[in-house]
Design a protein around this ligand. Structure first.
Ligand code: AGP
Length: 610
């Protein structure tokens, strides 16, 4: 999932492009590059690896101009080398292209172009687009792109610049979007484009999300858009309600740590304005489910990937517990390929922080084709999942830059709690005050859990050399164990497994010895004693036990080697505080092992290819 950015305007373009790439680097960091046209000449600089390498290259060989494009790469086709880095230039050296996505029929087109005498210097599918556009280029870049995209199959968000333009003053960027995200930014006498609004917020709040099949031409003075039929269209301008500070580190060493400590506010912003504590009602600004419709539901289907899938497992627990509506949860990447059963009696919700995870978006579309109604639970306004849905429950976590999802997860849990209460309300059942009141204490409870950081820092000193970890939980805390394991894997590259504590004796118990740290979540009343007896089985095999609990630590004497006490909350809200120590443990161990916690290897923030 690459990051693409572009600018045309009066300002010096290269610093702007580099700043844009910095804000998009969480999308991929295998290589980076910029291209500008100055004095009618196309020029590029590229470098393998992190953005700093490109900045170094530009220090050695400066570039300047007033319009250009830039790219940070997550390799799909062709190794992460400088040779395969973007921008890619056509073999006539007159068009530069940056691309996020995959061209599925690139080999067939490549063979044809080779036959026509075009040459290729990279292993990328992107170079095929550059040569194909160039094969139609006679001075009108937008026209050449319109012809070329008719032959492309796959996913692509691209931006192109060229020399020899006969349109206007020639200073233009042509962009096209099919499947992967692309957003345009409106400025005074300047225009911007990027894969993600977070890269534009420092320059403008007025953005346009392109639709699939749209082609745009950006100049200093205007943005023209054509739809896939070639008709000129106007797309809505969205005003972003994020402030630029939110995409800065704000004095923290890493975005991940900043976002972990933003969770009290993010939780407050997610339930704020949606709960009326007086009347005991819940309502949303972008989602409405009529009582008759809710009563007609046979079940709810949740589709998600990664951390969002863990949130969906807790969503199932909450909706079945509080609204008594059956819920199924599926990995989105599996759902689509098993010919799922869905119809008008099924409400399908796509759970996605970015709203752009293609597995989730396509699974949602597969359900829609079968007659199901779609809603989205997302953090990014204007993202694809929100635009293919009839309504969206937004989490108000603000931009999440760290690749490892933290505040988005806890705000997804807050949103699911509100959704469960809303469905209960729409079914005519009372939302009792004791179900709403604890929300008011949630931000404070999260702050108290964050105060465990020094203790967790000590634990990370002790356990950062471990080669494996086991995370255990029961009931509503089982998905929290899964999330704890995922965070540790993503951030520290230590192998870790999350498991239902009751399942441990059916296999994983074989892994346990004095070298295996076991992290367990044991809160509340329902299953505390059960988890405790599972931990006695661990202790019997000399496992090292770390317990996250809201109970008196003395109750875990002889069972736990370390106790992390979080504030007690009603069971339905307890995962929101019990996950905090696990986020901090992963962070501290990752830092201690020297890992790049904001940009872990091989990962990307939103996965926009299948
Ligand atoms: C979580 O830390 C990961 N970044 C990843 O598993 C993520 O949750 C997954 O890719 C889903 O992303 P989404 O919520 O944006 O759809």
């Amino acid at each position: 999932m690459c990051g693409i950015v572009g600018y045309v305007g009066p300002r010096e373009v290269v610093p702007l492009l580099i700043d844009g790439l910095r804000r998009l680097e969480y999308r991929g960091y295998d290589s980076a590059g910029v291209a500008v046209v100055a004095d009618g000449r196309l020029d590029t600089r590229r470098a393998e690896g992190k953005l700093d390498r490109l900045v170094e290259r530009l220090r050695e060989q400066p570039l300047s101009g007033s319009y250009g494009v830039a790219h940070t790469r997550w390799a799909t086709h062709g190794k992460p080398t400088e040779r395969n880095a973007h921008p890619v230039v056509d073999s006539k050296d007159r068009i530069a292209i940056i691309h996020n996505g995959i061209i599925e029929n690139f080999l067939a087109i490549k063979r044809r172009l080779l036959g026509e005498g075009w040459t290729f210097s990279t292993d990328t599918d992107t170079e095929v687009i550059a040569n194909l556009v160039s094969s139609y280029y006679t001075g009108d870049l937008a026209a050449a792109v319109k012809r070329a995209v008719g032959e492309l199959e796959g996913m692509y968000a691209c931006a192109l610049i060229g020399t020899g333009s006969t349109v206007g003053d020639g200073e233009e960027i042509v962009a096209v979007r099919q499947g992967t995200p692309l957003v345009l930014g409106l400025g005074q006498g300047e225009s911007f484009l990027a894969s993600d609004p977070a890269a534009l917020i420092a320059h403008t709040r007025d953005v346009i999300f392109l639709d699939n099949g749209d082609i745009a031409r950006l100049t200093r003075s205007q943005i023209e858009i054509w739809d896939r039929s070639g008709a000129a269209v106007k797309r809505p301008v969205t005003r972003l309600n994020w402030d630029p500070q939110q995409v800065e580190k704000g004095g923290y060493k890493h975005f991940m740590l900043k976002e972990i400590f933003e969770q009290p506010e993010a939780a407050r912003d997610t339930f704020g304005g949606r709960v009326d504590f007086e009347t005991g009602t819940v309502g949303f600004d972008a989602l409405e489910l009529a009582p008759d419709y809710v009563r007609s539901l046979s079940r709810i289907q949740l589709l998600a990937c990664g951390t969002s899938w863990h949130a969906a497992l807790i969503g199932k627990f909450l909706i079945e517990e509080l609204a008594r509506i059956p819920v199924e949860v599926d990995y989105a990447s599996e759902y689509r390929y098993r010919d799922p059963i869905a119809d008008a009696s099924v409400l399908v919700a796509g759970i996605s922080q970015s709203g752009e995870t293609i597995d989730t978006v396509w699974a949602m579309e597969a359900a829609k084709e079968r007659g199901a109604r779609l809603i989205a639970l997302s953090n990014v306004p204007g993202s694809q999942a929100t635009r293919i849905s009839s309504g969206t429950l937004y989490t108000h976590a603000g931009p999440e830059i760290g690749v490892a999802s933290t505040k988005a997860f806890t705000t997804q849990l807050v949103a699911f709690y509100l959704l469960a209460l809303y469905l209960r309300q729409q079914l005519g059942r009372e939302v009792e005050p004791e179900l709403l009141a604890p929300l008011a204490h949630l931000p404070q409870a999260i702050s108290e859990a964050l105060a465990l950081e020094p203790e967790i820092e000590k634990l990370s000193r002790r356990y950062h050399t471990a080669t494996d970890f086991l995370f255990l939980g029961r009931g509503i805390q089982y998905p929290v164990a899964l999330e704890g394991a995922l965070k540790l894997k993503e951030i520290s590259y230590i192998h870790a497994e999350g498991y239902p504590a009751g399942e441990m004796k059916h296999g994983p118990i074989a892994l346990i010895d004095e070298h295996l740290p076991v992290v367990a979540i044991a809160t509340g009343k329902r299953v505390f004693e059960k988890v405790k007896s599972n931990l006695q089985e661990v202790k019997a095999r000399d496992g090292k036990v770390i317990v996250v609990t809201d109970r008196d630590p003395a109750e875990l004497d002889g069972v736990a080697d370390h106790v992390l006490r979080v504030p007690a909350l009603p069971e339905a809200l307890s995962p929101i505080v019990s996950v905090i120590p696990l986020q901090l443990l992963a962070y501290q161990i990752g830092v201690r092992r020297g890992a790049d916690v904001d940009q872990p290897r091989n990962l990307a923030k939103s996965v926009t290819v299948e």
